[in-house]
Design a protein around this ligand. Structure first.
Ligand code: GDP
Ligand code: MN
Length: 377
């Protein structure tokens, strides 16, 4: 789950990390009231979107004049940044930048450890820095059991060219950032830039945070950050029904039981030249009502030209899948072609029910997939 910058900064403050004072607004009308408490020689107006590169896209603007904030806000609100329409702004007190540092913790799946990246060339994209000057990027990893140790901190300090008072603050910052990352179950926590101010302060001026979806339930404060309005409505409906569903851009709607079979189904469809409209795993012991809900989600996707039901009935009873299909047909009046492959528990019964309702089911997966690709065109 991606957090907005203003939410990530709220999390950081709980771990005693310094961030600029700011307010989030969703309309021009509320700006005057909300910025009353901001008092600085500089103000920053920032688009809040679940994507990077806002600065380049014109989504971050700085002004010395408090009276100009509204005008800047009117330019950014409603602007499009990589397919994301800006509906929220964060207005902050500006800081006097002496230097910008990049620092992040993130999952390193290959090593099974927490990766750690740091560079004194903050403010720009780290991929660019790494390409141009690989020697300017420090990469390390942290054993998740042992945690972030003093030697990690010292490695960072020996790498960054600052004097003692600032180094002390950087050391404390790195430790706090690791704690914020771990205790929030984040899979990415990136500060770019971490600003060293002219006054010698260390302040997180930008924050990008992604929390492991499977751990969000452990954090009520973070769960409350979910922006339902910014989510795909079909993915949201699936989430509420406890279905694993990911929308893709093909035309074959897929209903499959088990993540492994669902992935294999995508592969085989692609292999035979087709294009899946979605990944959908109805799970291990799905009953008719869940199958009905799943089909209800698939038929709302306007790209779907044909539906493939691929069931290997172990714990899932295939007759329950058939019942779900009939219920969905009744409820949503499905008029798309449906190709069914089903084998396993209660197969005989399911086949009989299906043929009574005018459906046929094959038992061979490749055969069903070739057929559905032909129909979907
Ligand atoms: P991003 O482009 O989405 O990464 O947005 P950032 O929040 O990182 O802001 C981009 C740039 O705006 C920063 O690297 C700074 O150069 C500048 N900026 C942001 N906040 C301030 C500030 O308080 N003072 C000044 N002078 N510049 C700022
Ligand atoms: Mn940034």
């Amino acid at each position: 789950m991606k957090l907005y910058e203003f939410q990530a900064k709220e999390v950081l403050r709980k771990f005693d990390i310094k961030t600029p004072k700011g307010v989030m607004v969703e309309s021009l009308e509320e700006i005057d009231e909300k910025i009353k408490d901001l008092d600085s020689h500089l103000y920053v107006v920032k688009a809040q979107v679940h994507t990077g590169g806002r600065g380049k896209a014109g989504g971050v603007k700085v002004t010395k004049n408090k009276g100009e904030i509204k005008e800047l806000a009117s330019k950014i609100l409603g602007m499009k940044i990589k397919e994301h329409t800006v509906k929220k702004l964060y207005i902050e007190e500006g800081v006097n930048i002496e230097n910008e540092i990049y620092i992040s913790f993130l999952f390193n799946r290959e090593e099974g450890r927490h990766g750690f990246i740091c560079s004194n060339e903050g403010g720009m994209e780290i991929e660019e820095v790494a390409k141009k000057w690989p020697e300017k990027v420090l990469k390390m990893s942290v054993d998740p059991v042992a945690g972030f140790k003093p030697f990690h901190g010292r490695e960072i300090l020996s790498y960054l060219p600052y004097e003692m008072p600032v180094l002390k603050k950087l050391y404390a910052f790195a430790n706090s950032l690791y704690r914020a990352y771990m205790e929030s179950d984040a899979e990415l926590l990136e500060i770019n830039p971490l600003v060293i101010t002219k006054e010698g302060d260390v302040i997180a001026c930008d924050a990008k945070m992604v929390v492991n979806d499977n751990a969000v339930f452990r954090h009520k404060d973070i769960a409350a950050y979910m922006d339902r309005a910014a989510m795909d409505p079909l993915e949201l409906e699936a989430k509420d029904a406890d279905l694993s569903y990911v929308r893709l851009d093909g035309n074959i709607g897929c209903l499959v039981n088990g993540a492994g079979l669902a992935m294999a189904t995508m592969d085989v469809i692609k292999n035979f030249g087709g294009d899946p409209a979605n990944f959908l795993d109805i799970g291990g012991g799905a009953k008719a009502d869940l199958v009905e809900k799943a089909l209800g989600i698939i038929v709302q996707d306007k790209n779907v030209k044909a539906i493939l039901i691929n069931i290997f009935g172990g714990i899932v009873r295939t007759d329950e899948v058939a019942k779900g299909l009939f219920a969905a047909k009744e409820k949503f009046g499905i008029d798309l072609p449906v190709v069914i492959r089903l084998v396993g528990t209660n197969e005989e019964e399911a086949r009989k029910m299906l043929s009574d309702h005018g459906f046929t089911a094959v038992s061979e997966m490749n055969e069903a997939i070739k057929e559905v690709i032909k129909i979907a065109g």
